[in-house]
Design a protein around this ligand. Structure first.
Ligand code: FAD
Length: 377
Protein backbone atom coordinates (compact mmCIF):
# COMPACT_ATOMS: atom_id res chain seq x y z
CA UNK A 1 0.00 0.00 0.00
CA UNK A 2 1.31 3.50 -0.86
CA UNK A 3 2.33 5.60 2.13
CA UNK A 4 2.85 9.38 2.32
CA UNK A 5 4.28 11.58 5.04
CA UNK A 6 1.48 14.07 4.41
CA UNK A 7 -1.82 14.01 2.53
CA UNK A 8 -3.60 17.30 1.82
CA UNK A 9 -7.26 16.97 0.88
CA UNK A 10 -8.52 19.74 -1.40
CA UNK A 11 -6.70 21.88 -3.97
CA UNK A 12 -8.37 25.21 -3.33
CA UNK A 13 -6.15 28.13 -2.41
CA UNK A 14 -5.76 26.88 1.19
CA UNK A 15 -4.71 23.33 0.27
CA UNK A 16 -2.41 24.63 -2.46
CA UNK A 17 -0.77 27.10 -0.07
CA UNK A 18 -0.26 24.33 2.50
CA UNK A 19 1.31 22.11 -0.19
CA UNK A 20 3.66 24.89 -1.27
CA UNK A 21 4.62 25.75 2.33
CA UNK A 22 5.46 22.17 3.32
CA UNK A 23 7.29 21.42 0.08
CA UNK A 24 9.40 24.56 0.49
CA UNK A 25 10.33 23.89 4.11
CA UNK A 26 10.59 20.09 4.45
CA UNK A 27 13.42 17.90 3.12
CA UNK A 28 12.81 16.39 -0.32
CA UNK A 29 12.45 12.93 1.27
CA UNK A 30 9.20 14.10 2.95
CA UNK A 31 6.49 12.76 0.63
CA UNK A 32 3.38 14.87 0.03
CA UNK A 33 0.18 13.92 -1.82
CA UNK A 34 -2.36 16.62 -2.73
CA UNK A 35 -5.74 15.19 -3.74
CA UNK A 36 -8.55 17.08 -5.45
CA UNK A 37 -11.95 15.64 -6.34
CA UNK A 38 -12.52 17.89 -9.35
CA UNK A 39 -10.92 17.81 -12.80
CA UNK A 40 -8.86 20.91 -11.95
CA UNK A 41 -7.67 22.80 -8.87
CA UNK A 42 -9.56 25.81 -7.44
CA UNK A 43 -12.93 25.26 -9.07
CA UNK A 44 -15.03 25.81 -5.95
CA UNK A 45 -14.91 28.77 -3.54
CA UNK A 46 -11.40 29.78 -4.58
CA UNK A 47 -12.65 30.79 -8.03
CA UNK A 48 -15.97 32.23 -6.86
CA UNK A 49 -14.96 35.20 -4.76
CA UNK A 50 -14.20 38.93 -5.12
CA UNK A 51 -10.41 38.49 -5.48
CA UNK A 52 -9.92 41.29 -2.97
CA UNK A 53 -6.82 41.45 -0.80
CA UNK A 54 -8.36 42.59 2.46
CA UNK A 55 -6.50 44.87 4.86
CA UNK A 56 -7.95 43.32 8.05
CA UNK A 57 -10.39 46.04 9.10
CA UNK A 58 -13.55 44.19 10.06
CA UNK A 59 -12.68 41.05 12.01
CA UNK A 60 -12.90 40.88 15.81
CA UNK A 61 -9.53 41.65 17.46
CA UNK A 62 -7.89 38.46 18.66
CA UNK A 63 -9.69 36.29 16.10
CA UNK A 64 -7.86 34.01 13.68
CA UNK A 65 -9.49 35.94 10.84
CA UNK A 66 -7.91 39.20 12.04
CA UNK A 67 -4.45 37.81 12.72
CA UNK A 68 -4.20 35.66 9.58
CA UNK A 69 -5.66 38.37 7.33
CA UNK A 70 -3.14 41.00 8.44
CA UNK A 71 -0.21 38.56 8.23
CA UNK A 72 -1.50 36.95 5.02
CA UNK A 73 -2.02 40.26 3.24
CA UNK A 74 1.64 41.18 3.60
CA UNK A 75 2.78 37.67 2.66
CA UNK A 76 0.50 37.76 -0.39
CA UNK A 77 1.72 41.13 -1.70
CA UNK A 78 5.32 39.94 -1.29
CA UNK A 79 4.57 36.56 -2.97
CA UNK A 80 2.78 38.24 -5.90
CA UNK A 81 5.69 40.63 -6.44
CA UNK A 82 8.32 37.86 -6.16
CA UNK A 83 6.52 35.44 -8.47
CA UNK A 84 4.99 38.00 -10.86
CA UNK A 85 1.32 37.30 -10.08
CA UNK A 86 -1.01 40.04 -11.37
CA UNK A 87 -2.24 42.21 -8.51
CA UNK A 88 -2.94 45.87 -7.74
CA UNK A 89 -2.96 47.75 -4.45
CA UNK A 90 -5.71 50.08 -5.65
CA UNK A 91 -7.15 51.10 -2.29
CA UNK A 92 -10.65 50.98 -0.95
CA UNK A 93 -13.24 53.48 0.25
CA UNK A 94 -15.72 52.52 2.97
CA UNK A 95 -18.42 55.13 2.59
CA UNK A 96 -21.02 56.22 5.13
CA UNK A 97 -24.33 57.99 4.62
CA UNK A 98 -25.73 60.59 7.04
CA UNK A 99 -26.64 58.30 9.92
CA UNK A 100 -23.66 55.95 9.69
CA UNK A 101 -20.55 57.91 10.67
CA UNK A 102 -20.58 56.30 14.13
CA UNK A 103 -20.22 52.96 12.40
CA UNK A 104 -17.10 54.17 10.60
CA UNK A 105 -15.65 55.29 13.93
CA UNK A 106 -16.22 51.79 15.33
CA UNK A 107 -14.56 50.28 12.27
CA UNK A 108 -11.61 52.66 12.58
CA UNK A 109 -11.02 51.58 16.20
CA UNK A 110 -11.47 47.91 15.28
CA UNK A 111 -8.92 48.19 12.48
CA UNK A 112 -6.42 49.87 14.82
CA UNK A 113 -6.87 47.02 17.33
CA UNK A 114 -6.07 44.60 14.49
CA UNK A 115 -2.85 46.49 13.71
CA UNK A 116 -4.24 48.23 10.61
CA UNK A 117 -2.85 51.72 11.14
CA UNK A 118 -3.05 52.98 7.57
CA UNK A 119 -6.75 54.01 7.44
CA UNK A 120 -7.40 57.67 6.62
CA UNK A 121 -10.55 59.73 7.16
CA UNK A 122 -12.07 61.40 4.08
CA UNK A 123 -14.69 64.15 3.98
CA UNK A 124 -17.50 64.09 1.40
CA UNK A 125 -15.43 66.53 -0.69
CA UNK A 126 -12.36 64.26 -0.53
CA UNK A 127 -14.55 61.34 -1.64
CA UNK A 128 -15.85 63.30 -4.64
CA UNK A 129 -12.27 64.14 -5.64
CA UNK A 130 -11.36 60.43 -5.63
CA UNK A 131 -14.62 58.99 -6.93
CA UNK A 132 -16.84 61.67 -8.51
CA UNK A 133 -19.90 59.39 -8.78
CA UNK A 134 -19.93 58.28 -5.13
CA UNK A 135 -22.26 59.86 -2.60
CA UNK A 136 -20.99 59.81 1.00
CA UNK A 137 -21.13 61.92 4.13
CA UNK A 138 -17.63 60.65 5.06
CA UNK A 139 -15.41 57.69 4.29
CA UNK A 140 -12.47 55.66 5.45
CA UNK A 141 -9.73 55.11 2.89
CA UNK A 142 -7.73 51.89 3.11
CA UNK A 143 -4.56 52.13 0.98
CA UNK A 144 -3.56 48.52 1.83
CA UNK A 145 -6.58 46.92 0.13
CA UNK A 146 -6.10 45.51 -3.34
CA UNK A 147 -6.97 42.83 -5.87
CA UNK A 148 -5.23 39.69 -7.07
CA UNK A 149 -5.47 37.21 -9.93
CA UNK A 150 -6.58 34.25 -7.81
CA UNK A 151 -6.17 31.74 -10.65
CA UNK A 152 -2.61 32.95 -11.31
CA UNK A 153 -1.86 32.68 -7.59
CA UNK A 154 -3.15 29.10 -7.37
CA UNK A 155 -1.35 28.03 -10.54
CA UNK A 156 1.91 29.43 -9.17
CA UNK A 157 1.44 27.64 -5.82
CA UNK A 158 0.72 24.36 -7.60
CA UNK A 159 3.68 24.71 -9.98
CA UNK A 160 6.05 25.47 -7.13
CA UNK A 161 4.73 22.58 -5.02
CA UNK A 162 5.02 20.12 -7.90
CA UNK A 163 8.51 21.34 -8.77
CA UNK A 164 9.48 20.62 -5.15
CA UNK A 165 8.14 17.05 -5.37
CA UNK A 166 4.46 17.22 -4.35
CA UNK A 167 2.38 14.54 -6.06
CA UNK A 168 -0.87 16.11 -7.30
CA UNK A 169 -3.88 13.86 -7.92
CA UNK A 170 -6.92 15.58 -9.45
CA UNK A 171 -10.14 13.57 -9.98
CA UNK A 172 -9.44 11.84 -6.65
CA UNK A 173 -12.14 12.07 -4.03
CA UNK A 174 -11.50 11.06 -0.44
CA UNK A 175 -14.47 9.00 0.70
CA UNK A 176 -13.49 8.14 4.26
CA UNK A 177 -10.56 7.83 6.64
CA UNK A 178 -9.65 5.68 9.58
CA UNK A 179 -7.30 6.90 12.28
CA UNK A 180 -4.99 4.42 14.02
CA UNK A 181 -2.06 4.93 16.38
CA UNK A 182 0.42 4.77 13.49
CA UNK A 183 -1.27 6.54 10.58
CA UNK A 184 -4.45 7.36 8.69
CA UNK A 185 -5.85 4.86 6.20
CA UNK A 186 -7.52 6.82 3.42
CA UNK A 187 -10.09 5.43 1.04
CA UNK A 188 -10.45 7.43 -2.18
CA UNK A 189 -12.19 7.13 -5.55
CA UNK A 190 -10.11 8.00 -8.64
CA UNK A 191 -12.07 9.08 -11.69
CA UNK A 192 -15.79 9.61 -11.99
CA UNK A 193 -18.94 7.57 -12.36
CA UNK A 194 -18.64 3.95 -13.45
CA UNK A 195 -14.97 4.47 -14.42
CA UNK A 196 -14.03 5.33 -10.82
CA UNK A 197 -11.44 3.09 -9.21
CA UNK A 198 -10.85 2.67 -5.50
CA UNK A 199 -7.46 3.77 -4.20
CA UNK A 200 -6.54 2.99 -0.58
CA UNK A 201 -3.35 4.44 0.90
CA UNK A 202 -1.91 5.55 4.23
CA UNK A 203 -0.55 8.89 5.42
CA UNK A 204 1.24 9.85 8.62
CA UNK A 205 -0.35 13.30 8.58
CA UNK A 206 -3.51 14.73 7.01
CA UNK A 207 -4.68 18.28 6.34
CA UNK A 208 -8.40 18.51 5.67
CA UNK A 209 -8.68 21.55 3.36
CA UNK A 210 -11.95 20.44 1.75
CA UNK A 211 -13.67 23.84 1.99
CA UNK A 212 -17.44 23.46 1.76
CA UNK A 213 -17.08 19.73 2.41
CA UNK A 214 -14.61 19.96 5.33
CA UNK A 215 -17.21 19.22 8.02
CA UNK A 216 -18.89 16.43 6.02
CA UNK A 217 -15.48 14.84 5.41
CA UNK A 218 -14.60 15.07 9.10
CA UNK A 219 -17.79 13.15 9.85
CA UNK A 220 -16.33 10.29 7.80
CA UNK A 221 -13.13 10.01 9.87
CA UNK A 222 -13.50 7.03 12.13
CA UNK A 223 -11.70 7.54 15.41
CA UNK A 224 -12.41 11.30 15.42
CA UNK A 225 -14.41 12.69 18.34
CA UNK A 226 -17.42 13.94 16.36
CA UNK A 227 -18.23 16.50 19.08
CA UNK A 228 -15.26 18.51 17.75
CA UNK A 229 -16.79 18.89 14.26
CA UNK A 230 -18.51 22.28 14.05
CA UNK A 231 -21.79 22.95 12.26
CA UNK A 232 -21.63 24.79 8.95
CA UNK A 233 -24.26 27.25 7.70
CA UNK A 234 -23.50 27.74 4.04
CA UNK A 235 -24.40 31.22 2.83
CA UNK A 236 -24.70 32.11 -0.84
CA UNK A 237 -23.31 35.33 -2.32
CA UNK A 238 -24.44 36.58 -5.75
CA UNK A 239 -22.64 38.98 -8.08
CA UNK A 240 -23.91 41.28 -10.84
CA UNK A 241 -21.43 42.77 -13.29
CA UNK A 242 -21.84 46.34 -14.47
CA UNK A 243 -22.26 46.37 -18.25
CA UNK A 244 -21.54 50.07 -18.60
CA UNK A 245 -18.33 52.13 -18.51
CA UNK A 246 -16.59 51.48 -15.16
CA UNK A 247 -17.82 54.14 -12.73
CA UNK A 248 -14.99 53.70 -10.16
CA UNK A 249 -11.24 53.16 -9.98
CA UNK A 250 -11.18 52.13 -6.30
CA UNK A 251 -12.97 49.41 -4.40
CA UNK A 252 -16.10 51.04 -2.96
CA UNK A 253 -17.86 49.50 0.05
CA UNK A 254 -20.85 50.72 2.06
CA UNK A 255 -20.65 50.26 5.84
CA UNK A 256 -21.06 46.55 6.73
CA UNK A 257 -24.49 45.12 7.39
CA UNK A 258 -25.50 45.72 11.02
CA UNK A 259 -26.30 42.04 11.64
CA UNK A 260 -22.64 41.22 10.75
CA UNK A 261 -23.74 38.84 8.01
CA UNK A 262 -21.96 40.58 5.15
CA UNK A 263 -19.86 43.56 4.13
CA UNK A 264 -22.76 45.13 2.20
CA UNK A 265 -23.19 44.99 -1.59
CA UNK A 266 -19.97 46.61 -2.70
CA UNK A 267 -18.19 47.49 -5.93
CA UNK A 268 -15.08 45.60 -6.92
CA UNK A 269 -12.82 46.61 -9.76
CA UNK A 270 -11.12 43.68 -11.48
CA UNK A 271 -7.64 43.63 -13.02
CA UNK A 272 -9.17 44.54 -16.41
CA UNK A 273 -10.81 47.65 -14.87
CA UNK A 274 -14.37 46.23 -15.04
CA UNK A 275 -16.72 46.73 -12.09
CA UNK A 276 -18.91 44.10 -10.47
CA UNK A 277 -21.25 44.41 -7.50
CA UNK A 278 -21.72 41.89 -4.69
CA UNK A 279 -21.71 39.55 -3.02
CA UNK A 280 -25.02 39.82 -1.22
CA UNK A 281 -26.02 37.47 1.61
CA UNK A 282 -28.65 35.18 0.12
CA UNK A 283 -30.13 32.72 2.58
CA UNK A 284 -33.28 32.13 0.49
CA UNK A 285 -32.08 30.62 -2.81
CA UNK A 286 -30.87 27.08 -3.44
CA UNK A 287 -27.22 26.50 -2.54
CA UNK A 288 -26.06 26.39 -6.15
CA UNK A 289 -24.17 28.74 -8.46
CA UNK A 290 -27.21 30.15 -10.31
CA UNK A 291 -27.80 33.90 -10.01
CA UNK A 292 -31.49 34.80 -10.03
CA UNK A 293 -31.96 37.86 -12.31
CA UNK A 294 -34.89 38.87 -10.07
CA UNK A 295 -32.35 39.99 -7.45
CA UNK A 296 -31.38 42.91 -9.73
CA UNK A 297 -33.87 45.30 -8.07
CA UNK A 298 -32.51 44.49 -4.58
CA UNK A 299 -28.98 45.13 -5.83
CA UNK A 300 -29.96 48.42 -7.50
CA UNK A 301 -31.65 49.66 -4.31
CA UNK A 302 -28.59 48.89 -2.15
CA UNK A 303 -26.10 50.33 -4.66
CA UNK A 304 -28.14 53.51 -5.23
CA UNK A 305 -27.46 54.59 -1.64
CA UNK A 306 -23.80 55.30 -2.49
CA UNK A 307 -23.95 55.40 -6.34
CA UNK A 308 -27.18 57.34 -7.11
CA UNK A 309 -26.71 57.28 -10.90
CA UNK A 310 -26.43 53.48 -11.13
CA UNK A 311 -28.23 52.19 -14.25
CA UNK A 312 -30.33 49.26 -13.08
CA UNK A 313 -30.57 47.80 -16.60
CA UNK A 314 -26.76 47.56 -16.75
CA UNK A 315 -26.65 45.16 -13.80
CA UNK A 316 -26.17 41.73 -15.38
CA UNK A 317 -26.33 38.45 -13.40
CA UNK A 318 -22.77 37.17 -13.19
CA UNK A 319 -21.71 34.38 -10.82
CA UNK A 320 -22.24 33.19 -7.25
CA UNK A 321 -20.10 31.72 -4.49
CA UNK A 322 -20.95 29.73 -1.38
CA UNK A 323 -19.46 30.77 1.97
CA UNK A 324 -18.32 27.80 4.11
CA UNK A 325 -19.44 29.72 7.18
CA UNK A 326 -19.52 28.13 10.62
CA UNK A 327 -22.62 28.51 12.72
CA UNK A 328 -22.27 31.23 15.38
CA UNK A 329 -24.64 32.97 17.80
CA UNK A 330 -26.81 35.70 16.21
CA UNK A 331 -24.98 39.01 15.81
CA UNK A 332 -21.51 37.51 16.13
CA UNK A 333 -18.89 36.87 13.46
CA UNK A 334 -17.91 33.23 12.95
CA UNK A 335 -14.15 32.72 13.02
CA UNK A 336 -11.97 30.28 11.09
CA UNK A 337 -11.54 27.06 13.13
CA UNK A 338 -8.17 25.41 12.61
CA UNK A 339 -8.11 22.31 14.77
CA UNK A 340 -5.12 20.16 15.65
CA UNK A 341 -4.57 17.38 18.21
CA UNK A 342 -4.88 19.85 21.10
CA UNK A 343 -8.60 19.96 20.21
CA UNK A 344 -9.42 16.58 18.67
CA UNK A 345 -6.68 14.34 20.15
CA UNK A 346 -5.59 12.81 16.82
CA UNK A 347 -1.90 13.68 16.34
CA UNK A 348 -1.04 14.46 12.72
CA UNK A 349 -4.48 15.75 11.72
CA UNK A 350 -5.24 19.41 11.02
CA UNK A 351 -8.78 20.39 10.06
CA UNK A 352 -9.49 23.69 8.30
CA UNK A 353 -13.09 24.62 8.99
CA UNK A 354 -14.98 27.78 8.04
CA UNK A 355 -12.38 29.21 5.68
CA UNK A 356 -14.66 31.89 4.22
CA UNK A 357 -13.55 35.48 3.55
CA UNK A 358 -10.76 36.57 4.10
CA UNK A 359 -9.45 33.08 3.29
CA UNK A 360 -7.91 34.08 -0.05
CA UNK A 361 -6.02 36.97 1.56
CA UNK A 362 -5.04 34.81 4.52
CA UNK A 363 -4.10 31.68 2.53
CA UNK A 364 -0.31 31.97 2.88
CA UNK A 365 -0.61 32.75 6.60
CA UNK A 366 -3.01 29.81 7.06
CA UNK A 367 -0.36 27.59 5.49
CA UNK A 368 2.32 28.84 7.90
CA UNK A 369 -0.08 28.38 10.81
CA UNK A 370 -0.73 24.75 9.78
CA UNK A 371 3.01 24.16 9.32
CA UNK A 372 3.69 25.47 12.82
CA UNK A 373 1.34 23.00 14.53
CA UNK A 374 3.62 21.06 16.84
CA UNK A 375 2.69 17.56 15.71
CA UNK A 376 3.72 18.56 12.18
CA UNK A 377 7.31 19.45 13.03
C1 FAD B 1 -18.78 35.09 -2.29
C2 FAD B 1 -17.39 35.02 -1.70
C3 FAD B 1 -16.53 36.10 -1.79
C4 FAD B 1 -15.26 36.04 -1.25
N1 FAD B 1 -14.40 37.10 -1.41
C5 FAD B 1 -13.15 37.03 -0.89
C6 FAD B 1 -12.25 38.10 -1.08
O1 FAD B 1 -12.53 39.05 -1.80
N2 FAD B 1 -11.06 38.04 -0.46
C7 FAD B 1 -10.70 36.99 0.32
O2 FAD B 1 -9.62 37.04 0.91
N3 FAD B 1 -11.52 35.92 0.47
C8 FAD B 1 -12.73 35.92 -0.14
N4 FAD B 1 -13.56 34.85 -0.02
C9 FAD B 1 -13.10 33.68 0.71
C10 FAD B 1 -12.19 32.78 -0.14
O3 FAD B 1 -12.69 32.62 -1.45
C11 FAD B 1 -12.09 31.41 0.55
O4 FAD B 1 -11.75 31.62 1.89
C12 FAD B 1 -11.08 30.49 -0.08
O5 FAD B 1 -11.22 30.42 -1.46
C13 FAD B 1 -11.23 29.11 0.56
O6 FAD B 1 -10.29 28.25 -0.03
P1 FAD B 1 -10.29 26.74 0.35
O7 FAD B 1 -9.12 26.14 -0.33
O8 FAD B 1 -10.42 26.58 1.83
O9 FAD B 1 -11.65 26.15 -0.23
P2 FAD B 1 -12.07 25.70 -1.71
O10 FAD B 1 -11.62 26.66 -2.72
O11 FAD B 1 -13.52 25.40 -1.67
O12 FAD B 1 -11.25 24.37 -1.93
C14 FAD B 1 -11.60 23.15 -1.32
C15 FAD B 1 -11.27 22.06 -2.32
O13 FAD B 1 -11.45 20.79 -1.70
C16 FAD B 1 -11.94 19.90 -2.68
N5 FAD B 1 -12.58 18.78 -1.98
C17 FAD B 1 -13.67 18.82 -1.19
N6 FAD B 1 -13.95 17.58 -0.70
C18 FAD B 1 -13.01 16.75 -1.19
C19 FAD B 1 -12.78 15.35 -1.06
N7 FAD B 1 -13.58 14.58 -0.30
N8 FAD B 1 -11.74 14.81 -1.72
C20 FAD B 1 -10.91 15.58 -2.50
N9 FAD B 1 -11.11 16.92 -2.66
C21 FAD B 1 -12.13 17.50 -2.01
C22 FAD B 1 -12.93 20.76 -3.47
O14 FAD B 1 -13.22 20.22 -4.73
C23 FAD B 1 -12.18 22.09 -3.53
O15 FAD B 1 -11.42 22.21 -4.72
C24 FAD B 1 -14.84 34.87 -0.57
C25 FAD B 1 -15.71 33.77 -0.49
C26 FAD B 1 -16.97 33.83 -1.06
C27 FAD B 1 -17.88 32.64 -0.99
Amino acid sequence: MDHFDLCIIGAGVAGLAVAEEFSATMPSSFSILLVEQNERFGQETSSRNSEVIHAGIYYPPGSLKAALCVEGRELLYAYCTRHVIAHRKLGKLIVSQDDEVGYLETLFRNAAANGVASLRWLSSVDVLAMEPLVKASAALYSPDSGIVDSHGLMLSLLNRAQAAGVLYAPRTRVLKMEASAKHFTIDAACGHGKDAEEYVFTAARVVNAAGLQACALAQRISGLDQCTVPAMQISKGNYFRYAAPAPFTHLVYPVPEKDQRGLGIHATVDLGGQVKFGPDVDLDSAQDYHVDPARRALFAEAIRRYFPSVQEASLVPDYAGLRPRLASPAGTVADFAIQDASVHRLPGLVQLYGIESPGLTASLAIAKHVRSRTDFL
